[in-house]
Ligand binder design. Structure first.
Ligand SMILES: Cc1cc2nc3c(=O)[nH]c(=O)nc-3n(C[C@H](O)[C@H](O)[C@H](O)COP(=O)(O)O)c2cc1C
Length: 185
């Protein structure tokens, strides 16, 4: 049974709402177990437990928040070279469109790559004019159906990859699931 960790930091609740939607997407995949953890309560054991993880942070000065960076700098540092190979993706809430949320996702992915994780983006459109190529992004809270769909799709895709690569469920490969690729582009 594949295990997915949704790890997030949220100072004012917006990224937390994204995390809940990412979780919804992940649990929609059969056999996937999901754990949601705030960065203040997360432990290294949570990271060791999972096969795949989605990491979310508010966009702060165009990058991940200091609290999320500290988790990887301090909590996870001694676990470097012991957690390679997990499947990983990113999401971020910013103050507004153009505020750097995709840069923040990229900065999260850079940290995850440093730990040897297998990071991915999503080719599908979540809705008309809404993509998540570098991770799911929202301006403030995920209030509209298209942004909510993008968050769910990120979790769904993470669950699919874990199911395919960890649980060896061949039918969960996204290219074999036409219904998961019907985004309105
Ligand atoms: C220190 C700090 C830096 C921020 N930097 C940016 C930024 O570079 N770009 C942006 O669009 N919003 C920025 N914001 C706004 C937050 O990204 C935004 O309010 C976000 O929705 C907060 O998410 P949260 O509710 O999960 O904490 C910043 C906020 C803080 C507190």
């Amino acid at each position: 049974m594949g295990k997915v960790l949704i790890l997030y930091h949220s100072a004012t609740g917006n990224t937390q709402k994204m995390a809940a939607l990412v979780s919804e997407g992940a649990v929609s995949i059969p056999g996937i177990e999901v754990r949601v953890r705030d960065v203040d309560s997360a432990t290294a054991d949570d990271v060791h437990w999972c096969d795949g993880l989605a990491v979310g942070s508010p966009t702060n000065m165009g990058i991940l928040s200091w609290k999320m960076k500290r988790f990887w700098d301090e909590v996870m540092a001694e676990h470097w070279m012991k957690v390679d190979g997990k499947i990983a993706c990113a999401f971020s809430s910013s103050g507004g469109w153009g505020g750097g949320s995709e840069l923040a996702c990229q900065s999260i992915l850079t940290v995850l790559m440093n730990f040897g994780f297998l990071t991915f983006g999503v080719t599908d459109y979540a809705a008309k004019l809404t993509t998540l190529h570098y991770g799911a992004v929202a301006a403030r809270e995920p209030r509209t159906p298209d942004i909510q769909a993008a968050c769910r799709k990120l979790g769904q895709r993470l669950g699919e990859w874990v199911s395919f690569y960890v649980d060896h469920c061949a039918d969960q490969h996204p290219l074999r699931k036409s219904e998961s690729r019907m985004g309105a582009n």
